[in-house]
Ligand binder design. Structure first.
Ligand SMILES: *[C@@H]1O[C@H](CO)[C@@H](O)[C@H](O)[C@H]1NC(C)=O
Length: 350
């Protein structure tokens, strides 16, 4: 009976937290100027079926969705990889930095960007860009308009975590570092939580070290902390930190869902619970982001079918879901610790 009750509580919790999608699409297209779409389709320059939303970010009343040209990528590259800086109030491109050849490799795949502002002046800004395809972190200094490449053993995949089965499709990914998340500031710097996609471990390093473009590889290697392991089948393409509760949220490919971890607790399998799971709504949750109102946004896109099988465009394939972080963690091990729990955790960790 006890076990049954436990199971019931979990089911109730999941169904309460799983809100209907904010947006969902069978296919996505662009708003074309004039009637150029038809010509682009008939010439083969534009293949609408190749559109797959992959990334998401919210800023006030704007929701940004990235649609990479993955299926055409190995045919031709249209533009050089670059950082673009926009003024969102004015909808204006302020700055563009194209990466030099020495920053990238043939196999580079840039999966995201996080920005660290050290002071009120935008000139104190750094950006960190995981290069999943060639196991590196690219660091960019806006003031000096300079970018450098940092390599490390911790940026590589773990062979034990390279087998996936999502949406009925089995595949092998040797994907390196794909996610970098900044902690709150501490002594003028932040920590960067990072992990490779094909891994179940969580790592952390001070951003201070990454700002030194000549940091010796062994110094960085010695400074990386291994935080813990989220447990089997917990590979994550994305993660983001809720700074109100100090809780990290992870996409969970192999479990069609989302897990969380309270960064004040030890990272163990028990402390990284699966808080959302649905094999339809959350088939391949590719990106997660926390917005300024502390909502978690999730984008799921059936990516394994898109890449290795086919999408059925008669049914919904792409979904965007949103829920307040506080609702998602309520009653889970990710909730804030009481002062007594904090003291026990502190004693255990020291
Ligand atoms: C696509 O989905 C529709 C609607 O569910 C279904 O009728 C059709 O058989 C599916 N097509 C394929 C090729 O599976």
């Amino acid at each position: 009976m006890k076990l049954l009750w436990f199971v019931l509580v979990i089911i109730v919790h999941l169904s309460v937290a799983l809100v209907p999608p904010e947006f969902q699409w069978k296919a996505v297209d662009f708003a074309w100027k004039f009637n150029t779409r038809e010509a682009a389709v008939s010439s083969g320059d534009y293949i609408p079926e190749n559109n797959m939303p992959a990334g998401i970010a919210r800023w006030h009343d704007k929701l940004f969705i990235t649609i990479p040209r993955w299926k055409e990528a190995n045919v031709r590259q249209v533009g050089a990889p670059a950082i673009l800086v926009f003024d969102l109030h004015e909808n204006k491109l302020l700055h563009r930095h194209e990466f030099n050849d020495d920053v990238l490799k043939e196999s580079s795949v840039l999966t995201g960007i996080v920005v660290e502002n050290l002071g009120p002046c935008p000139c104190d800004s750094f950006a960190y860009i995981p290069d999943m395809g060639s196991n590196a972190l690219i660091v960019y200094n806006l003031e000096q308009n300079d970018a450098w490449r940092i390599e490390n053993q911790y940026f590589h995949f773990d062979p034990h975590s390279s087998v996936y089965n999502v949406g009925g499709v089995e595949f092998y990914w040797n994907d390196g570092i794909s996610t970098a998340v900044l902690s709150p500031p501490r002594k003028g710097h932040r920590d960067i939580y990072f992990h490779p996609t094909s891994s179940t471990k969580q790592f952390r390093v001070s951003s201070k070290l990454l700002k030194d473009k000549n940091i010796p590889r062994e110094v960085l290697f010695g400074a990386v902390e291994v935080i813990g392991d989220r447990g089997p089948l917990s590979q994550a393409t994305a993660a983001d930190l809720d700074l109100v509760h100090n809780v990290m949220f992870y996409s969970q490919l192999s479990r069609n869902g989302i897990s969380c971890w309270n960064t004040e607790k030890a990272m163990t399998k028990e402390n990284v619970p699966l808080i959302l799971s649905d094999c339809v709504l959350l088939e391949f949750p590719n990106d997660v982001k926390i917005d300024h109102e502390n909502n978690l946004w999730i984008l799921s896109n059936r990516q394994s079918r898109f890449l290795y099988d086919t999408l059925n465009h008669s049914v919904v394939n792409f979904r965007i879901l949103k829920a307040p972080a506080s609702t998602l963690i309520k009653g889970t091990p990710c909730e804030k610790m009481s002062p007594i729990q904090k003291a026990i955790s502190f004693i255990k960790n020291t």
